[in-house]
Write a protein that binds this ligand. Structure first.
Ligand SMILES: [Zn+2]
Length: 276
């Protein structure tokens, strides 16, 4: 039993670590392989039209944090293509994550008073998170837990951080927070799985800027998470070309970087922590 366990632990280590060998044939150092997650928020049509076909063409899996999806159309007898496409995305292995139902954000970011986070109690917000979970169950089948992304990267409701409540809530496995292009996780053992930082990619970011972030993650042997919105579409838009450049680069460097869904990446991180 112990030897099987040992073998598993060693296999995991071999999988996650690459070693370089000197001219003398001695191992020079071990370096952790970087992990990159491609995450996309708000269930935007440009993700269905552009991001997912690109990901599929490279055999890569993304994480899509969904809020409301239209389930009907204005044509009698015609179902919602959008609903169908998200179901298909899930069946092809893309991760569907929870992003609440109505996406409440702070008024200071332009949200109207009645629908802003300031209008919510903690209980209301948690009910919404649970409803969104059950809603995604209807799209792809039941799951005990899903990953979560904070709307507008905001942790607060009624001026209190609700991340601790999510940890014990039962429906949320890991939660993605915000950040910038320096947000690369290197301290895996100290990582709070309810506040995993990501780079909120801003409008007009170029392919080479996206690639520079991957290079930093490779250099650090860290976890880098892209937080995208519109791909050749509105909302923090980046071009199709920039997105394609990034995917090509990730494919070309697959010996140095693993592309994983957010949940798979977090499971890898937890596995590495356990094997220490
Ligand atoms: Zn959002």
């Amino acid at each position: 039993m112990m030897s099987i366990l040992k073998f598993c632990v060693i296999s995991v280590l071999v999988f996650f670590y690459t070693s370089t060998v000197t001219a003398q044939g001695q191992p020079a150092r071990t370096k952790r392989k970087a992990i990159i997650c491609l995450t996309y928020d708000d269930a935007l049509n440009s993700q269905l039209e552009n991001a997912i076909p690109q990901l599929d063409s490279f055999g890569m899996k993304g994480t899509f944090f969904l809020n409301s999806i239209p389930g009907s159309t204005d044509v009698i007898g015609k179902g919602s293509d959008i609903l169908l496409k998200w179901k298909q995305a899930s069946s092809r292995g893309h991760e569907l994550g929870n992003h609440t139902l109505f996406h409440p954000c702070p008024q200071k970011l332009g949200w109207q008073k009645d629908i802003a986070i300031e209008a919510y109690t903690l209980e209301q917000l948690l009910n919404e998170v649970q409803t969104a979970h059950l809603y995604i169950d209807q799209l792809e089948g039941k799951r005990a837990k899903r990953s979560f992304a904070y709307p507008c990267n905001n942790f607060e409701v009624q001026k209190k951080d609700y991340s601790e409540r999510l940890r014990t809530f039962g429906f949320i496995s890991y939660a993605r927070a915000g950040g910038d292009n320096t947000s690369i996780v290197t301290d895996f053992s100290g990582l709070d799985k309810m506040k995993v930082p990501s780079w909120h990619v801003m409008e007009g970011t170029t392919g080479s800027q996206l690639i520079a972030y991957v290079d930093e993650a490779i250099k650090a042997g860290g976890l880098g998470i892209f937080q995208f919105h519109g791909i050749e579409g509105s909302l923090f838009r980046i071009s199709n070309e920039a997105h394609l450049q990034l995917l090509k680069y990730l494919k070309e460097n697959q010996d140095k970087v693993t592309v994983a869904t957010f949940s798979d990446a977090m499971k890898m991180v937890e596995g590495m922590n356990l094997s220490k």
